[in-house]
Design a protein around this ligand. Structure first.
Ligand code: FE2
Ligand code: FE2
Length: 193
């Protein structure tokens, strides 16, 4: 693939999908007698999504990729509309999940089902969102955008350096959070059993 930004978007999707699947697996398995560890790692994962994809990945798609693409190829407008709406909702969705998790941790079992339902909906919606971008947006972008567009997109996406893709060491700010997730979360994202 010739454009680094396209590769970066796909890599970030893949690592986010792995993170979402790990979360789903953790929750299916339940606290397994280790409630403190369970809540700690889930909290770290949700916080990470809030800090990384929500702040770096989505805004760059919304601000740099989508507008250029709609100008070149108005037929993608329907898909872009939907994806934009999802970008606008997803930051709130991950905050809501953090709150629902806290409710389960602090108020107990009666709040578990509520968190489980919200997480499952969130994971399904996010996976579908990325699938739509990869099937309807990226191939069209590859065909339609100019060299100048790509220069700008590549430069901006290269700044993301998401450590979860496995291609960049975490910066000092993220190191502790990242190693906490990797050491304790189950595969595919982490090394935990
Ligand atoms: Fe997106
Ligand atoms: Fe994306």
């Amino acid at each position: 693939m010739k454009h680094s930004s396209l590769q970066i978007i796909r890599d970030e999707h893949a690592s986010l999908a792995a993170m979402l699947q790990s979360m789903r697996m953790l929750v299916q398995r339940g606290t397994a007698g280790q409630a403190q560890l369970f809540f700690e790692v889930l909290r770290a994962m949700l916080f990470y999504i809030d800090e990384f994809p929500e702040r770096l990945h989505h805004p760059k798609e919304s601000n740099l990729l989508f507008p250029r693409l709609v100008r070149q190829e108005p037929s993608v407008m329907g898909a872009v509309d939907r994806l934009e709406r999802e970008h606008m909702q997803s930051e709130k969705a991950v905050r809501d999940l953090q709150h629902l998790l806290l409710a389960w941790e602090l108020l107990g079992e009666s709040r578990r089902v509520c968190f489980e339902g919200a997480l499952s909906e969130y994971v399904d919606a996010y996976l579908e969102h990325m699938r739509l971008e990869e099937s309807e947006i990226l191939p069209v972008a590859e065909k339609m955008l100019s060299q100048e567009d790509w220069r700008e997109l590549d430069a901006e996406f290269e700044k993301n350096a998401d450590p979860l893709t496995g291609k960049h060491p975490p910066g000092p700010e993220f190191e502790k959070l990242f190693s906490r997730i990797v050491m304790k979360a189950p595969a595919p994202i982490g090394l935990g059993a």
